[in-house]
Design a protein around this ligand. Structure first.
Ligand SMILES: Cc1ncc(COP(=O)(O)O)c(C=O)c1O
Length: 398
């Protein structure tokens, strides 16, 4: 498939470090790393791989994966030589969440089914209790994919209370370069599975965070001091790269890619990312993500040419992004990208082309669902600019 390259977004697509990022205000909404046992990985896909490996998933085993996915959810299954089996998804009547089709899952279970991966799309928690019961009855391991839901939970169940494992992608919620986690209430995770820290990666994690921050004009007070140091770093880094035969100094997830490199599975989250997760003002993060999401929702409510994927934001949801269905995606996408609007398109590329035909909803979302950032580090001016730009492009082409 031909990939087009666009300029860097004018405003940050994911959180960037600022002086305001830090603080002691904790969130009142649960987060996945509050579960009893947590391992901090470099990415969510590594966490999926470790969870599957923990249950000794291997050849002849089948793992149930949703048709609406990104390929980094499937790669760990393939890495273990197991077979991904794809179940369909549906949207509830109230249009408040996307969920796994239990009927589809039931049809696909065989004696070889070892595990089920269920994703809480875009931060909205799906009804999970029926799936817990089904997996218990059929003796299937359940992995809740909370890559989009680092925080959340509803009145009946905080996230991951009853599943075998929960995986998270911390780098989608915090201003960090690398970061994932594997959490559980029931399975104690061995701490010694990680390889030793890689100094080059540790430096890269720190420097990348600072560079992104400066690029988007954050941390201005220290930028005069940092800018010459970062130029020196570029010079030295190019020299190191020329001499070295190593192919990658960081996991694909940190670079925004979907690739899977087994060499990164058993590497620990960098020290910089651990510190950022620890020092971030979670209360502010939760409040601003919800506020920014609602602003997108309110402003694009009556616009022609598209509509919000979900009608409501539950009080326990801490959104990853604002998902929006666009009527004419082929026309609107390049225009917005060329203007520098950040857009994510989860599920655009599926593991196998035949899957577009298996689930009509997946097919529709993969083409029409754009996701705009609503993270805590967008300034009010940046958010206004993005909303105004999207509105004007949509109405011009309605
Ligand atoms: C639903 C879902 N699961 C898993 C992953 C993998 O997470 P990571 O990028 O941290 O490896 C992603 C990444 O986008 C995702 O969207």
């Amino acid at each position: 498939m031909e990939q087009k390259y666009y300029q860097q977004p004018r405003i940050p697509i994911s959180p960037v470090l600022s002086a305001k990022s830090f603080g002691l205000n904790k969130s009142t909404i649960a987060k996945i790393s509050d579960l009893k046992y947590t391992l901090y990985t470099t990415s969510g896909r590594s966490a999926i791989a470790i969870a599957l490996k923990y249950f000794e998933v291997g050849s002849n085993d089948e793992v149930l994966v949703p048709t609406f996915h990104c390929t980094s959810m499937v790669d760990p299954v393939i890495w273990l030589e197991a077979k991904p089996v794809f179940y369909t998804i549906e949207i509830n009547h109230e249009k408040t969440l996307l969920k796994a089709s239990i009927a589809s899952i039931k049809k696909l279970i065989t004696p070889n089914t070892k595990a089920l991966i269920v994703a809480h799309y875009f931060g909205q928690m799906q009804e999970i209790s029926a799936l817990y019961a089904l997996c218990k009855e059929k003796k299937i391991r359940i992995i809740e994919d909370c890559a989009h839901m680092y925080f959340g939970g509803d009145t009946n169940s905080a996230i991951g209370q009853y599943s075998d494992f929960v995986i998270g992608s911390a780098l989608k919620f915090y201003a960090m370069f690398d970061g994932g986690c594997l959490c559980s209430n029931t399975h104690k995770l061995p701490k010694n599975i990680f390889s030793t820290r890689n100094v080059k990666f540790e430096i890269k994690s720190l420097v990348n965070c600072l560079e992104r921050s400066l690029h988007y004009k954050r941390l201005l007070l220290i930028s005069y001091f940092l800018a010459p140091l970062l130029s020196l770093k570029d010079y030295l880094w190019n020299k190191v790269k020329k001499k070295s035969t190593a192919t990658s100094y960081s996991p694909a997830a940190a670079e925004g890619g979907f690739g899977f490199d087994p060499n990164w599975v058993y590497k620990p989250m960098s020290i910089t990312s651990r510190l950022i997760a620890f020092l971030t003002n979670d209360g502010r993060l939760v409040k601003l993500r919800r506020k920014n999401y609602m602003k997108w929702h309110q402003e694009l409510k009556n616009v022609e040419g598209g509509k919000a994927l979900f009608d409501e934001l539950s009080i326990f949801t801490v959104p990853h992004v604002f998902p929006f269905l666009v009527d004419q995606p082929e026309i609107i996408f390049p225009i917005l990208k060329n203007l520098g609007v950040p857009i994510l398109r989860f599920g655009e590329f599926l593991w196998d082309d035949t899957l577009y035909k298996v689930c009509p909803l997946t097919n529709y979302l993969s083409k029409h669902c754009f996701q705009f950032p609503c993270h805590q580090e967008l300034s009010p001016a940046e958010l206004d600019w993005a909303i105004t730009t999207v509105k004007s492009v949509l109405s011009e082409h309605a």
